[in-house]
Design a protein around this ligand. Structure first.
Ligand code: PSU
Ligand code: MN
Length: 313
């Protein structure tokens, strides 16, 4: 059980009704709207992900913070407000910055860790995002280790929510991210492939720790894991749709260049991921944005299928 004060949580009527009736619900995060994608693609993806969930017959619940409370389920005006907010005007709230975001008032976007906390408190078991955060390159070892490891990973280790993504963001040290998740007891499975999906590219070059055939098998794995009562989440990875994927070599070159430039520019802390994604968008002339939008919508659809299986329908 979550110990979050229920007074902090505002669950939209539609979401509350679906949960009360044990119908499938999928949580969505808001940082990818405010910090991950440019306007208008961010608004397009916020709407399209919700639509993809509805098309499967499930209920979407986008999570964000407004005026000191955590909202689970946003209306279209709220999605638009987040998507059109001037750059830098909306805080990025993760587990360590959730309290500050609540205290500050106004809007804040929730990352994977903060969204998992909200979803769990609201009773939502399944959550879709784009690419999961992880161990940044150079976090450990090298001449100047940064210890930059996303709070997404720690959250997966301690909060029993299923996260559906297209793999760890390719700008990360994917191998170390997998090692971290293993050490912290988080099951990681790729759906329908033996290779771990590579975010905007289909391939990561890493073998998936485990493979499930489809949404039904994914739901069976989730059920078995949750029945253990271990309190940790599950990470399920499904590849970006083929037609929108960034070709492997193009993704590789753009990522290497963006990482070099970020290092030269001294970008650090929570600014790293948004900076790299924006740089990738420029370096690939928008192809990474197209892939990112496509994979988010696909993740939302797959998450809705899994939530539907879990709801026993
Ligand atoms: N997936 C995307 N785009 C994003 C993110 C995920 O396709 O912008 C966000 C998520 O909110 C995730 C965050 O939690 O990036 C990771 O940020 P950091 O590396 O600073 O922990
Ligand atoms: Mn970080």
């Amino acid at each position: 059980m979550s110990r979050l004060d229920p007074g902090l949580l505002v669950v939209a009527d539609e979401v509350a009704r679906a949960l009360a009736a044990h119908r499938p619900v999928v949580a969505l995060e808001s940082t990818l709207i405010t910090h991950g994608l440019p306007y208008p693609q961010n608004l397009e993806v916020a709407r399209a992900a919700e639509r993809a969930i509805r098309d499967v017959g499930a209920t979407p619940a986008t999570v964000a913070i407004q005026d000191g409370r955590i909202h689970v389920g946003l209306d279209d005006a709220a999605l638009e407000a987040l998507a059109t907010a001037p750059a830098g005007s909306v805080a990025k709230a993760a587990r360590p910055t959730l309290a500050a975001a609540l205290f500050a008032g106004g809007w804040a976007a929730t990352t994977v860790s903060a969204t998992m906390i909200a979803a769990h408190a609201a009773g939502i078991a399944v959550f879709a995002t784009g690419g999961i955060g992880g161990v940044h390159r150079g976090a450990i070892g090298g001449p100047r280790p940064t210890l930059d490891i996303s709070s997404d990973l720690e959250e997966l280790a301690r909060t029993p929510v299923v996260v559906v993504c297209a793999g760890p963001k390719a700008v990360l040290d994917v191998g170390m991210t997998l090692e971290y998740l293993e050490t912290h007891g988080v099951p990681v499975a790729a759906i329908g492939t033996t290779e771990l999906p590579g975010f905007v590219a289909r391939r990561s070059g890493h073998r998936a720790p485990s493979t499930v055939a489809d949404a039904a098998a994914a739901a069976a794995l989730v059920r078995a894991h949750l029945a253990l009562g271990l309190e940790s989440g599950v990470l399920l990875c499904t590849p970006v749709p083929d037609e929108d994927a960034l070709p492997d070599d193009e993704a590789h070159d753009a990522i290497e260049q963006a990482l070099r430039e970020a290092d030269e520019a001294g970008i650090a802390g929570p600014a790293v991921t948004p900076w790299l994604l924006a740089r990738l968008a420029l370096l690939t002339a928008g192809a990474s944005v197209r892939a990112n939008v496509s994979l988010i919508v696909n993740d939302a659809r797959v998450a809705a299928e899994i939530a539907t299986e879990l709801a026993g329908r």
